[in-house]
Design a protein around this ligand. Structure first.
Ligand SMILES: Nc1ncnc2c1ncn2[C@@H]1O[C@H](COP(=O)(O)OP(=O)(O)OP(=O)(O)O)[C@@H](O)[C@H]1O
Length: 724
């Protein structure tokens, strides 16, 4: 039964009226929102212009009288912001402020206090600050704010490029961008090598406003993607610029710079600044503000980092590493080796020996999805050991790393600083241990000259657990493992051979036959590159010399030659160079070592070894490990060098945020807004193929209990996702 005709008509009229009223209301609300936004932008612009810091000054030197968010413009004056200590004192939008609050970012770190006032004014910045001191936010906030104040929309295309040296770092920056930008209606994308479906990216890339990229992939899009348009670009960010150059991306970077507008803002950040970065800055920055916030610091590494070195004969390195792991079963440890092949071998061999703690490896020859699985797993692990090459040394923010162990000596001081910087991040404490073979002792003087306080310690020999025999047993049963050991042996010697500073790296001083035995090899592999000019190192006189290791096999693993490729090549990775003679190039750079050592704006660290000893029982060290002894039993003090003031950084980094929070593992948030037009979330399967949207939605529902492959998928789900 229907309503009487007149009644139904009246009912429809009423419905139409209310729909129209709702539409008008919506329109008014939307218009109101727009007006509010314009008003907010005008207010921000005025405040930024009125309070701009003097060019050439460091805002850290100023102090704002009144803390907290005073009410804006009540008495007609515009609130100053130079010298601000809290984000809410800055002229930044309400949307960004809400994002920062949700992420529990309230107080700024020193580099943020120094760089943000200049960067918000649109100035170019060359920023240097210690590892773990918050450089990422120092460049992300200006990016988001600039585009917001320009009322950038999807129709405007690419407004900002953020270039990172490694894929993992790009992923991490993208995670941080999502926190800061989540309340903005800007879109962002992650463009990194190692994914097959570059075609799908090509369809979307033009609609995205902020691109976080590795250099190779970005240039690939610039060259191959029809209509890829960066002509409206407003901001360029170069994170870890010196690493981008060290990895051989100078050519790629030049090609990128040639294709973007000269009229733009450029921000360039790194914990270590080299001559090449200064050259790059001259080329790509205009009247930049040089902000080196820790240059006056008495130490160049984080204040809460306790650093030690230990002289370890080459043929005892694995015993020492094994003993360290066994005595630190309750720690989270990052172990650096110099090449992929060493990482692969040590990881595989130790895995078979079952140390009693989860172990994993990360290097540039792994498939991209696998790399991200390892990356996220290590982020979330409480007790774990990760064997890595320098692919993990820059910028990566693994939470709660207790120890960084450098089994192989870093190439230079900058490399040392970045490696140890994976621990003691933000306000956390951490420890590091450097193994040096006797002939590498000279690097200690260079580290001291670079204001790095490092104590020399010696192991407690009664705690040493030998592994060579166990390795020999494994290798005798497994030819594949034996081959890995041979290649690890050759690659290590080659890495020393190509380094130019012979006062530290002298292959002729190494006990190579003993080294081979220590890896479990019954005979010493023959090494082609040592035949000539290897000084007193004579392999041929040794009866145990084996057939030459087929180095051509190594060569076959070389990068595909170019810096750009769509596939899983290592083109975006430092390892591709490290394993294949790329060190020669790096070796040339070593002629600049002296200048590096005397660099003024490196990082900082402090921490007396005495304090380290008294630290016993704190953190998650080996206390309570059933199988192992305590670390302090294993490591004993020999000599202490310069000792820094314990709380040097206390005034520079203040946060109301509990320490625990800064060390929380990053949880991925997946948000779907089906009403959002323009940019669509792309979803890829394990092979990197794009999935239809509905299937993608179905898959996202199952992300609760993540298997390994789910974690890999998480990364792909976020490629080209929208920032809400
Ligand atoms: N203002 C802040 N308040 C609280 N935590 C912060 C703040 N700024 C940064 N952090 C946290 O400090 C840690 C280190 O920050 P970030 O990774 O940006 O350091 P970085 O200087 O870029 O280090 P690296 O030189 O190693 O790349 C991160 O976990 C980040 O979330």
């Amino acid at each position: 039964m229907g309503a009487p005709r007149g009644g139904r008509e009246r009912h429809h009229q009423k419905e139409r009226k209310s729909t129209q009223a709702a539409a008008n209301g919506k329109f008014r609300r939307r218009k109101g929102r727009k007006d509010d936004e314009i008003e907010e932008i005008e207010a921000l612009d005025s405040r930024i212009a009125a309070g701009a810091p003097q060019p050439g000054t460091n805002p850290l030197a100023s102090v704002l009288e009144k803390e907290g968010a005073a009410e804006e413009g009540k008495d007609g004056t515009l609130r100053p912001y130079v010298g601000a200590k809290m984000f809410e004192q800055l002229p930044i939008s309400d949307r960004t402020m809400r994002g920062l609050k949700d992420a529990k970012y309230t107080h700024m770190t020193a580099i943020q206090r120094a760089a943000l006032p200049h960067a918000l004014c649109g100035r170019d910045v060359l920023g240097a600050a210690k590892t773990g001191s918050g450089k990422t936010l120092a460049f992300l906030i200006p990016v988001v704010e600039k585009l917001f104040r320009l009322r950038w929309s999807n129709m405007d295309g690419v407004g900002a490029l953020i270039i990172s040296p490694t894929r993992e770092l790009a992923v991490q920056i993208f995670d941080e961008l999502k926190k800061v930008g989540k309340n903005h209606s800007l879109s962002g994308g992650l463009l990194i090598g190692g994914r097959k479906d570059v075609e799908a990216e090509k369809d979307r890339v033009n609609n995205l406003n902020i691109l976080v990229c590795s250099p190779g992939r970005l240039l690939q899009h610039m060259d191959e993607t029809p209509n890829f348009d960066c002509s409206q670009l407003q901001v360029l960010i170069l994170d870890e610029a010196d690493r981008i150059l060290d990895m051989g991306f100078a050519g790629t970077l030049n090609a990128i710079l040639a294709q973007i507008p000269k009229q733009r803002q450029t921000l360039l950040f790194s914990a270590t600044q080299t001559r090449s970065v200064q050259d790059l800055a001259r080329l790509s920055l205009k009247d930049p503000e040089y902000l080196a916030v820790h240059s006056e610091s008495t130490v160049a590494t984080p204040a809460r980092l306790q650093q030690t070195a230990m002289i370890v004969p080459l043929d005892e390195k694995l015993d020492m590493l094994w003993s360290f792991i066994k005595t630190h079963l309750h720690a989270k440890t990052l172990v650096f080796l110099s090449s992929c092949k060493q990482v692969k071998f040590v990881h595989e061999a130790f895995k078979r020996l079952r140390p009693g703690v989860p172990i994993a490896c990360l290097h540039g020859r792994m498939k991209q999805a696998q790399r991200l699985i390892v990356f996220y797993k290590f982020c979330e692990a409480k007790h774990s050991v990760l064997f890595a090459t320098d692919v993990a040394s820059r910028g990566l923010d693994f939470p709660t790393v207790d120890w960084v162990v450098q089994v192989d000596c870093p190439e230079d001081v900058a490399s040392y600083i970045h490696r140890v910087g994976r621990t003691a991040r933000y306000t956390a404490a951490g420890r590091s241990l450097l193994f040096l073979v006797p002939s590498e002792k000279n690097i200690l003087a260079a580290l001291e000259a670079a204001r790095i306080p490092i104590s020399t310690i010696k192991p407690n020999m009664s705690k040493i657990q030998r592994v060579s025999e166990a390795l020999a047993g494994l290798l005798s049963k497994d030819p594949d493992l034996k081959y890995m050991a041979q290649r690890s042996f050759v690659t290590y010697l080659r890495s020393i051979h190509v380094r130019s500073d012979k006062s530290v790296f002298d292959v002729s001083k190494l006990p190579i036959n003993e080294f081979a035995l220590s890896l479990g090899l019954p005979t010493t592999p023959r090494i082609r590159f040592l035949k000539k000019g290897a000084g007193n190192l004579s392999q041929s006189s040794h009866q145990n010399v084996e057939h030459e290791v087929d180095e051509s096999a190594d060569d076959m693993e070389k990068d595909h030659g170019g810096e750009r490729t769509n596939e899983d090549s290592s083109s975006d990775d430092p390892d591709s160079k490290a394993d294949t003679g790329g060190n020669l190039k790096a070796g040339n750079k070593r002629s600049k070592l002296d200048r590096l050592f005397h660099r003024k704006n490196a990082d900082v660290l402090s921490a007396a070894y005495d304090k380290m000893r008294s630290h016993e029982g704190g953190g998650s060290q080996a206390t309570g490990a059933e199988e192992g002894a305590k670390d302090d039993d294993f490591l004993t003090r020999k000599r202490s060098t310069r000792e820094a003031e314990p709380n040097e950084d206390a005034n520079e980094i203040v946060s109301s945020r509990p320490l625990k929070d800064s060390r929380q593992p990053k949880k991925k948030k997946l948000k779907i807004d089906p009403n959002k037009g323009g940019n669509q979330r792309l979803v890829f399967d394990d092979e990197g193929n794009a999935l239809p949207p509905l299937l993608a939605l179905a898959k996202q529902k199952n992300l609760g209990g993540q298997s390994n492959s789910d974690i890999g998928k998480l990364f792909y789900l976020e490629v080209l996702s929208v920032i809400y």
